[in-house]
Design a protein around this ligand. Structure first.
Ligand code: C5P
Length: 217
């Protein structure tokens, strides 16, 4: 595809997990590797977009040609996304922690002899995708992910409506998708559902970038 299809466009991409601190040395996290989100950032840059990648803690390298902002928590990720607006395109591929520990301890929690295990009280994290979808500076095309282990398409259609985004890329994560190199996705738009065959995450990214370029004309 033509390299300049997305020239002049700004794309905001989130990728990776978030880490939610318990105390200075412990955190809650998930198994997201950032491979899919980083591949999407790279593919959008290849088509000429200016890309801001807001990445949680990952070991995959920053793709060449993107501006990478590294964050740890969901709240930092939301702040970095809002600071990056305006954007023409938002692809929210991060596996944002739904909950954080309500009160992060300022000192390491101590295991006292004979004492019970501590109870963690949790608080809801902001939903970055839903926030951007209803933002006064909403990006023109907002795309979310839905990682499901059952009723993948059905849940993703409901999620698209609930979040207020334009498209959802739904993937079945019952296998070894998280951290793996391949992905099987369904693209859910206002027009319906497209089932894509299993392919490498880089190929999913290229197809999505091409679809985005088509949609923006
Ligand atoms: O609700 P659920 O986590 O399944 O939704 C997944 C989609 O929402 C992904 O695009 C993810 O990046 C986004 N999300 C978010 N902020 C959250 C939770 C999910 O942006 N707190």
């Amino acid at each position: 595809p033509a390299a300049g299809l997305l020239a002049g466009r700004h794309a905001l991409v989130t990728s990776g997990p978030t880490h939610e601190p318990i105390d200075p040395v412990r955190y809650i996290a998930n198994r997201s590797s950032g491979k899919q989100g980083h591949a999407i950032a790279a593919a959008l840059a290849t088509l000429g977009a200016r890309v801001t990648l807001v990445a949680g803690p990952v070991t995959v390298p920053d793709p060449p040609g993107v501006t990478a902002i590294h964050v740890e928590t969901a709240r930092e990720m939301l702040a970095a996304c809002e600071a990056a607006l305006p954007a023409d395109i938002a692809v929210m591929a991060a596996a944002v922690a739904d909950w954080r520990v309500a009160r992060e301890a300022t000192q390491k929690l101590k295991k006292e002899p004979g004492a019970d295990a501590p109870t963690l009280s949790m608080a809801l994290n902001p939903d970055i995708l839903a926030t951007l979808s209803r933002h006064e500076r909403r990006p023109g095309l907002v795309i979310g992910f839905a990682a499901e282990t059952e009723k993948v398409v059905e849940h993703a259609i409901a999620k698209r409506a609930r979040k207020g985004c334009d498209w959802i890329l739904a993937n079945d994560v019952s296998g070894d998708v998280m951290g793996g190199d391949a992905n099987r996705v369904h693209l859910i738009t206002a027009g319906g559902v497209e089932d894509w065959p299993q392919m490498a995450k880089e190929e999913v990214a290229r197809r999505l970038a091409t679809r985005i370029a088509d949609a923006l004309g």
